[in-house]
Design a protein around this ligand. Structure first.
Ligand SMILES: Cc1ncc(COP(=O)(O)O)c(C=O)c1O
Length: 456
């Protein structure tokens, strides 16, 4: 399982190049490094100082407007008036924690759970997706008596000690603790499941997970949980074929483990066909129902609120033997923001918008691929789309250098975007889900021009 260590996408600003920046930006970068230290990163060769956001646009310190094709936190758009009003109103009245009764948290929990399969009956609130994952693992360990966790090759699930330990994208595979196993990602562009003797990508993926379960067992470790981001964002955006997660769920259940669906990236309607990314992997007659679900990022449109959702039976042991209190998790102001987000997603039919605009954007990106040979693959669900670059004339050779040039080229054209995948060769198209058809066309026009400029 040895593999080389990767520290992260190199589309980040390189501090060694600080003198190449304009004096004002260089001064702020220097002051920032002085106080924040060396672990933070800045996007782009030329970092940007933003002062304002509105809808799908951000404005820099000189008043220039940028199109945000990156942000899955401000999913309703930046500074959404319904959310800011809800926050301000609640902050002006009361902000307390979950040890007092409050209507807001109960109403929100009821409405949130109503968007999930009926088997998922409880929700516990945290401030971040990392905390939600951490809590989910504690619950899974208490329920199963196991400690083993299986994740994908370039997974990212967050920053607590426990969750960083199951996030190989943070620091390579050598640093994984003995209770963690990784499996290759279910990458339909690269995995030839038929050549390996499997009838489907799902069967292939299930076999990888079974091998990891067996390896844990051979070391005396029982499975607690299989954890996967339902859209595999850090593994490169892997949505298809919908349904491929179902056989894995069976393997995990047979091994006595729990299936934890990380919905921090795809959740709240982004994938278009359903509110939650895992739902794409079930059918009407055989719905896909995880044991645990973590949600976060867009949940408060920028307010720090996240949650762990679960089948009631899996939290019995934890609830009996532990008590749970999170000072800020589920506070009245965060809940008010989350309620406003849920209301707007439903009232403005944003899941449907993600489906329609996402499909159109994918179609336009496929048309670009007929003219730009460097585009190897276009895939996605709703407004979560991956555009993969491959070196022309090679067998899908990852074209990292081009991808980074495209990211910085688009930045110069005032379009904000990032990369995905272990080789940083996939454009992660993940705008606020209020993205319009016109926004999608502007993005494609700028991408077309950037690729022409790079002769790619
Ligand atoms: C898939 C996934 N899970 C969990 C997290 C952690 O969320 P947070 O940064 O709120 O702790 C992230 C954050 O990027 C994520 O992408």
């Amino acid at each position: 399982m040895a593999a080389s260590r990767r520290v992260g996408p190199s589309s980040y600003f390189d501090p060694a190049r600080i003198d190449a920046l304009d004096p004002r930006t260089a001064a702020l970068v220097r002051r920032r490094i002085d106080v924040l230290g060396p672990a933070y990163r800045l996007f782009y060769e030329q970092p940007i100082e933003f002062v304002r956001g509105e809808g799908v646009h951000l404005y820099d310190v000189d008043g220039h407007e940028y199109l945000d094709v990156y942000n899955n936190v401000a999913s309703l758009g930046h500074a959404h008036p319904r959310v800011t009003a809800a926050i301000a109103e609640q902050a002006g009245v009361l902000n307390t924690h979950t040890r007092y009764l409050h209507q807001g948290i109960v109403r929100y929990a009821e409405e949130l759970l109503a968007t999930m399969p009926p088997e998922l009956g409880h929700v516990m609130f945290t401030c971040t997706g990392s905390e939600a994952g951490d809590l989910a693992l504690r619950i899974a360990k208490a329920h199963t008596g196991g400690t083993g966790v299986i994740v994908t090759r370039n997974a990212y699930h967050g920053v607590t000690t426990e969750i960083a330990a199951i996030s190989p994208s943070l620091g390579g595979l050598e640093s994984l603790p003995p209770w963690v196993r990784w499996v290759p990602a279910p990458d339909a562009f690269r995995v030839d499941h038929a050549a390996e003797g499997f009838s489907s990508l799902g069967e292939w993926f299930a076999a990888q997970v079974q091998a990891a379960v067996d390896d844990l067992a051979s070391h005396g470790i029982r499975l607690a949980a299989f954890v996967a981001d339902s859209i595999f964002a850090s593994d490169g955006v892997l949505p298809d074929p919908a349904g491929f997660l179902a056989p894995v769920h069976e393997v995990v259940a047979r091994a006595g483990g729990l299936y934890l669906a990380d919905e921090v990236q795809p959740g709240f309607g982004r994938t278009g066909e359903a509110m939650w990314g895992f739902q794409r992997h079930g059918t009407e007659t055989a719905p896909f129902v995880p044991d645990l679900v973590t949600i976060g990022k867009p949940m408060g449109n920028g307010m720090p609120i996240a949650a762990t959702v679960m089948r009631p039976e899996v939290v019995e042991a934890f609830g009996r033997d532990m008590r749970y209190f999170n000072t800020f998790g589920g506070n009245a102001v965060s809940i008010a923001a989350a309620q406003a987000v849920l209301d707007v997603v439903r009232e403005e039919k944003l899941q449907h918008n993600a489906l329609v605009v996402g499909a159109s954007l994918q179609g336009m990106a496929r048309e670009l691929a007929t003219r730009h040979r460097s585009i190897g693959d276009v895939r996605g669900a709703g407004l979560f789309i991956g555009i993969e670059f491959a070196v022309p004339g090679t067998d899908r050779g990852p074209y990292e250098a081009l991808t980074l040039a495209v990211v910085n080229g688009l930045r110069r054209r005032h379009v904000l975007i990032g990369t995905a995948g272990i080789d940083n060769n996939i454009l992660k198209v993940r705008p606020p889900i209020v993205f319009s058809q016109g926004d999608a066309e502007r993005f494609i026009t700028e991408l077309d021009s950037t690729l022409s400029e790079l002769d790619a």
